[in-house]
Design a protein around this ligand. Structure first.
Ligand code: B1M
Length: 209
């Protein structure tokens, strides 16, 4: 199997080529993490770079994202362990105003793989929805933002938790391309992680498990 088909397939938005290529690679015994970290994620980075160079526009980004999701859907069940007692409950969502969900979905998968029960709040998640999730008993609020313009919603959410008297009931973990440790410190989040696997590690660390 030539995994270049998967890489090119994401860039060209060829959903069929990506799904078939990923399936074939899995059947041949290629590890899900190799497919993810060596082909799918680099392909999406290339899409971002082409967007920055004005070679790609929003429609191209969108079809590339759909193609990537078709590959992720096949990998997910393999990354996620089943039948394990949850180590904690996480509510994860992309923050209000932000519709990017690929990174958030990856974090969600890695969290599930690390043994968390994950409540996926989807995209465009309001501070109130996160507050409600904490009321419902989650241990970690995990927020993703891909736009500099939506990052402030992370602070609004932390503030809303404080106002609701629930700040000590859950740890707040943040991430996404424009987010930094300094920003996490600035808004009073408990943790920051630069990528999906370290997010799962960090969540465990925050809960002391
Ligand atoms: Co958008 N977009 N986009 N986009 N898009 C970016 C983010 C951008 C950097 C492109 C660019 O200009 N170079 C730019 C943001 C600029 C900025 O604010 N600094 C941008 C823009 C401007 C926009 C629009 C405003 C474009 C427009 O309409 N004019 C618009 C906004 C829509 C909205 O959200 N309201 C928009 C729309 C879209 C699409 C819908 C077309 C599509 C999203 C489809 C989807 O997600 N279903 C899209 C895409 C695909 C991208 C790029 C190309 C790729 C994002 C991605 O999926 N990366 C992106 C450029 C880029 O990133 N180079 C871009 C792959 C993913 C695996 O990485 O999400 O970073 P990432 O997640 C990583 C880490 O960040 C981390 O772990 C993940 C895996 O390791 N992580 C966490 C993420 N969340 C975490 C949470 C954690 C911890 C770690 O803890 C809780």
């Amino acid at each position: 199997m030539d995994l270049k088909q998967v890489y090119e397939g994401v860039i060209n938005g060829n959903q069929k080529a990506v799904a078939e290529g990923v399936q074939e690679a899995l059947d041949e015994g290629v590890s899900p993490s190799t497919i993810l970290y060596d082909y799918l994620i680099p392909a999406m980075s290339e899409v971002g770079e082409r967007f920055e160079r004005n070679e790609f526009f929003v429609p191209e980004m969108l079809i590339a994202a759909r193609a990537m999701q078709s590959g992720l859907a096949l990998i997910k069940p393999l990354l996620v362990e089943s039948g394990v007692e949850p180590v904690g409950r996480v509510a994860i969502g992309t923050v209000k105003g932000d519709l990017h969900d690929i990174g958030k979905n990856l974090v969600s998968m890695m969290m599930e793989g690390a043994g968390f029960e994950v409540v996926d709040m989807g995209v465009d998640t309001s501070p109130d929805s996160f507050v409600q999730a904490v009321r419902d008993g989650v241990d970690v609020v995990a927020m993703s933002a891909l736009l500099t313009t939506t990052m402030p919603s992370m602070k609004t959410t932390v503030d809303a938790l404080v106002e609701a008297g629930l700040r000590d009931n859950a740890k707040v973990l943040i991430g996404g391309a424009p987010v930094t440790q300094a920003y996490a410190d600035q808004i009073g989040a408990d943790g920051y992680a630069p990528d999906a696997s370290s997010a799962a590690r960090k969540a465990k660390e925050l809960l002391g498990v």
